[in-house]
Design a binder for this molecule. Sequence first.
Ligand SMILES: [Zn+2]
Ligand SMILES: [Zn+2]
Length: 446
Amino acid sequence: MKICLLGIFSLFPAIAAFSQQPSIDKIAEGELPSLLAIYKDIHSHPELSAHEERTSALIAKELRAVGCDVTEHFGQYDRPELKGYGVIGLMKNGDGPTVLVRTDMDALPVEEETGLPYASKVAAKSDEGKDVHVMHACGHDAHMAAFVGVARALQRSKEQWHGTILFVAQPAEETGNGARALLKAGLYSRFGKPNFALGFHDNAQIETGHIGVTEGYTYANVDSVNITVRGVGGHGAYPHKTKDPIVLSAEIINALQTIASRENNPIDPVVVTVGSIHGGTKHNIIPDEVKMQITVRTYKADVRDRVLAAIDRIAKGCAAAAGIPPDRAPIVEVLQDQFTPATYNNPELTKRLVGVWKKTLGAENVEVSDPTMGGEDFSEYSLPDHSIPACDFHIGAVDPAKIAESKKSGTSLPSLHSSKFAPVPEPTIRIGIIGMTSAVLELMKK
Ligand SMILES: [Zn+2]
Ligand SMILES: [Zn+2]
């Protein structure tokens, strides 16, 4: 796969050399001390999804400072009690294409264990009323520092591009509903539909100085499904007088695994994971019901439809086989408001950007990343039909020496969302600025 893609990329040698490249480098270099201060400030003041009040004000201030027309408190969630803290910054430079550049802003309910001098000590109440610690364990703080750097670099390179840049600082990526809240509030009807959408994410497996990118599907459709398995409870010593929902749940769980192994075309990725199961109170009581929570990952829309239908059919079919009366059939609920669509990196756009990055950074610093079954609501910006070409690329965040050491010892590095994860700030922010700015200049060049 890698060799084949490299072959395709080499079809683009004619792309003009980046005469502006030294200037992006130079701008990034000059801005890094101030961006590092912003990074550390945001890192030590993380905010949970849909609570990005301080963070969004900081980003709005920075976008105003580079001359953007800024709109704050943007976004409309399905849950009316949540406030939209989206920040939209328009940087206009005459007629030309519109390019959307996105950062996310939210942090996670994780207690930081990095030992860094600027580590978070923040605690907060979650929306569920739990006391939690808060940490930027996914690196969105590095995205924001790079995003500000990109805005500064593009403001200072206005003679090289034309059109409108739609800077989007998105809340609530971790809960998968932030991008949808911005679109629901009229992101495209109010600020214009972009010709291209670009996003980046730090990567806990890629070394600093590198960009990684996948052509086509890079993140999966994410569906959350609840199943309530209903039986007829009774005494544990008299099972023949009951319909046991625990045994039935075990049947359903095993049968669900046949969706991937027996019903699905093996070349279409599918994951069905039962992540939670709760039922019963005591050794000798057969309960009336069991509750299960399932995450379902797919790429293609038709595969998604088939898998969700199969879950419903299997749950109800197993119940019928167990003699559960029809009025006690399992309740299968797909949580539509928690759906995140698959992220599809437009192949033509991705090839074009890879050509630019290879010239800008050197071919050895651009990696073909494997797609994953993770989720990312950046996908929303390309719309359900992918009619807006989009690309979400990875920026390396790990010290190369640590990657080498981990390969040698076989011990894995802290992943995103780990309490021990932190990007190496300076080179991560630098590659974010160079990668995104060079991509925007390519798409908007005069
Ligand atoms: Zn995350
Ligand atoms: Zn993230």
